[in-house]
Ligand binder design. Structure first.
Ligand SMILES: Nc1ncnc2c1ncn2[C@@H]1O[C@H](COP(=O)(O)OP(=O)(O)OP(=O)(O)O)[C@@H](O)[C@H]1O
Ligand SMILES: [Mg+2]
Length: 246
């Protein structure tokens, strides 16, 4: 699987946020996207999954060569794209078991789901991500702690089995054990057909799963591409020197 972002520009509420973003994520690769607060990182994630508030004003997005720039969120998900949200929202009155089953069956139309088997699988993955199995009958993210929400994002990834995975600050608000679990799951999920775009402010997760590529977004534009050493430099020196480049 390959995600190609070509000269992508996008706006929200009539304001141009992304300007000519170019980025390619191939199966087998881990990319880190860094950048100061408000640079447009989450906006990029939202544009990629087709959030209706974000309008593409230029460029395109290809998934395995297929143009998905204006595809619906469902079409993108079916094509293998997944975004773990920076701030996952609560869906009151929708149980986790129902939510996951509907999401799964949307991605696998025609596949017969045996509910008891499906729930068994969900419970076993809950154990893996460190959520008590009683969560299966709770409403999605309703009353969840910050870390529980992030754990549930990882659980969704494991159930839905996407190919291009964008993790927007999955590491913020996680305790050390959860961080280790997330890094482990990313490592074991990675293969030649799966690529990751990890949006983060922190070195910690990048130590556990070293990215081959690091990109820095400033003011809606990628101002620098590099390898892991670029994230080390940012840790030491911050973003000011890159703002000058921009
Ligand atoms: N739905 C929206 N309505 C209005 N403004 C928005 C919306 N989404 C994003 N923006 C604006 O776009 C800019 C980029 O926001 P974005 O969330 O993409 O930043 P970010 O790089 O993810 O920052 P952070 O590191 O703080 O998460 C900000 O100025 C933000 O206020
Ligand atoms: Mg963000």
């Amino acid at each position: 699987m390959i995600l190609e972002i070509n000269n992508l520009s996008a706006s929200v509420e009539g304001k141009e946020i992304l300007k000519n973003v170019n980025l390619t994520v191939k199966g087998g690769e881990i990319h880190a996207l860094m950048g100061p607060n408000g640079a447009g990182k989450s906006t990029l994630g939202n544009v990629l999954i087709g959030h209706p508030d974000y309008k593409v004003t230029g460029g395109n997005v290809l998934l395995d060569g297929k143009d998905i720039t204006f595809a619906t969120p469902e079409e993108r998900a079916r094509a293998g794209l997944f975004l773990a949200f920076q701030s996952p929202v609560a869906v009151e009155g929708v149980r986790i078991s129902t939510f996951l089953r509907i999401a799964y069956s949307n991605l696998h139309p025609g596949e017969k789901i045996v509910i008891s088997e499906f729930n068994k699988k969900v419970k076993s993955l809950m154990k893996t991500v460190g959520l008590d199995e009683s969560f299966i009958s709770r409403s999605v993210n309703d009353g969840f702690s910050g870390g529980e929400r992030k754990r549930f994002e990882i659980l969704q990834m494991m159930i839905l089995k996407p190919k291009i995975i964008i993790l927007d600050e999955i590491d913020s608000g996680l305790d050390v054990d959860a961080l280790r679990m997330v890094a482990e799951q990313i490592r074991s999920y990675l293969n030649n057909d799966v690529g990751f775009l990890i949006i983060t402010h922190y070195q910690r997760i990048l130590k556990d799963i070293p990215p081959q590529f690091v990109h820095v977004l400033v003011n809606g534009t990628i101002v620098m591409n590099g390898d892991k050493s670029l994230s080390d430099k940012i840790e030491e020196e911050g973003y000011d020197w890159l703002k000058e480049v921009a």
